[in-house]
Design a protein around this ligand. Sequence first.
Ligand code: GSH
Length: 271
Amino acid sequence: MTSRTLWTTPAQGSGKVIRAAAALGGVPLELPAAYEHYVDNKKPEFLAKFPHGKIPALEEPGPDGFKVFESVPIARYVSALAPDSGLLGKTLEESALVDQWIHLTESEVDANTAVIGILLRGPGIPYSKPLHLAFVERQTRALKTLNAHLATRTFFVGERITLADLYVAVIVQRAATVTLDAALRREVPHLMRLVETVVNQPAVEGIITKVEAWRGDCLLELGTYMDELSGQVVDDSQQALYISMKYTSVAVVMSDGHLSEDYMCSVYMPQ
Ligand SMILES: N[C@@H](CCC(=O)N[C@@H](CS)C(=O)NCC(=O)O)C(=O)O
């Protein structure tokens, strides 16, 4: 290995933020030539370097090259390698504000995306409509705070793009996989404009890209059916229940009350 390596997958949101920060700052970064998630990260050689066994993880070249895991510290490290990029803000105060928006978005938007995703897809936590809606409400409050801040600003901090903008854009896109339906998107227009602004930065082209299918549209609605459908088994294989959706073809609730991952991928809701 001769250059700085970021262990991630092309689709991983937090990896995209780090790759985008590197691109904006002109920081060389390579992805491993071959990496199989849930296989390579469990191998002893990976765990020896990154004991929690998760990605993203970053490694500087050389036998004792610096190593760091957890996405925000990695993104901050990569941004700091390019101080002129302004990605961490230009002053101590701006830097604190960059962290503020990242932390709020991670803890109040993304954490709820994660738990709603588990409620919908399993395994482990049984689906619950009250919990689903409570988590959506918490997430919505944060999305509205982000949106209100952007009502009079192009970017979260200062006049140029920072790491906060990259994080928020990617986390909002991820929220769109389980929540953030068309009605809610209309309530946060400034936030949706920020996502567009980030996606349109030439440096991030091919890294943070436009969302083509906002699957949260149907999943939010689907959630309202899941309690009554949970446990019902009607198809020949006795494993799944097929539901016609309002706008689109089909989604599937498995007999354990969770969504089938395969069918989620095929769900598409027009704008
Ligand atoms: N808090 C970590 C979360 C990282 C994380 O959850 N990574 C997942 C991505 S799918 C992972 O590597 N999971 C592998 C595993 O749990 O074995 C961060 O911000 O980097």
